[in-house]
Design a protein around this ligand. Structure first.
Ligand code: AP5
Length: 215
């Protein structure tokens, strides 16, 4: 299954992508995580991406597209993958069409007010990248439950960058919903529900699709 998650910032794409990847034993390709890792390692790619990300801007298409192209061609993606954060505009979607076809696109729907509330509370583990905040709290404040790493607030989760990111989402990313609707592969999900309920809805849908393919 080649799956894509679309949704505004804070709708839970990253949270759900990790769950889907674990459950279905396929890689989770998060372009945001790839850029943050590269930035922490101070690589050329990371330094370039960091300048855009800090301000809430998109990293230029050619950088993201060649990165994803290389990633989805790797061996571990043969049985599928979950894409989180790519494509983000029509030009990236067209580039992806030349690399591979998607089987399913889940659109997580959430109001801007709720997205802003979640993002301002979000904290991430420096070490294992687990995400907390909203209803997902840690046992010990500021410390990751899973690996005891330190939690931090993403630079782009500051109010000005959040507003910029949401406006780019509505202008550039939202048109992708119609783009994929025309291909008949979109499933809309209300993202204002508990994490487990959303994960169950995605799984139910994927198992149903798999059954249909076997018939
Ligand atoms: P990226 O890392 O992809 O960030 P994003 O798209 O801005 O999305 P977020 O990570 O903010 O939100 P999310 O939907 O994943 O929510 P999460 O699960 O964390 O990209 C960062 C930057 O990289 C971009 O701005 C851009 O600069 C660059 N970039 C990346 N890809 C690019 C591309 N293709 N082209 C160009 N540039 C690119 O959840 C949010 C919070 O809510 C958490 O605290 C979580 O605990 C909580 N939460 C989750 N689900 C629920 C729930 N159901 N109920 C209550 N709380 C919940």
């Amino acid at each position: 299954m080649r799956i894509l998650l679309i949704g505004p910032q804070g709708s839970g794409k990253g949270t759900q992508a990790k769950l889907v990847a674990e459950r279905h034993k396929i890689p989770n390709i998060s372009t945001g995580d790839i850029f943050r890792d590269a930035s922490a390692l101070r690589t050329d790619l990371g330094m370039k991406a960091e300048a855009y990300m800090k301000k809430g801007h998109l990293v230029p298409d050619e950088i993201v597209t060649s990165l994803v192209k290389e990633r989805v061609r790797q061996k571990d993606c043969r049985d599928g993958f979950v894409l989180d954060g790519f494509p983000r505009n029509i030009s990236q979607a067209k580039a992806l069409d030349k690399i591979t076809n998607l089987d399913k696109v889940f659109v997580l729907k959430l109001s801007d007010d709720l997205a802003i509330k979640r993002l301002s509370q979000r904290r991430q583990c420096k070490k294992c990248k687990s995400v907390y905040g909203g209803i997902i709290a840690t046992r010990k404040k500021g410390i990751c439950d899973k690996c005891h790493g330190k939690l931090y607030q993403r630079e782009d989760d500051k109010p000005a960058a959040i507003r910029k990111r949401l406006s780019i989402y509505h202008k550039e990313t939202e048109p992708l919903v119609d783009y994929y609707k025309k291909k008949g592969i979109v499933h809309l999900i209300n993202a204002n529900q508990p994490v487990e309920k959303i994960a169950a809805e995605i799984s139910r849908h994927l198992y149903h699709e798999a059954d249909m393919l076997e018939l």
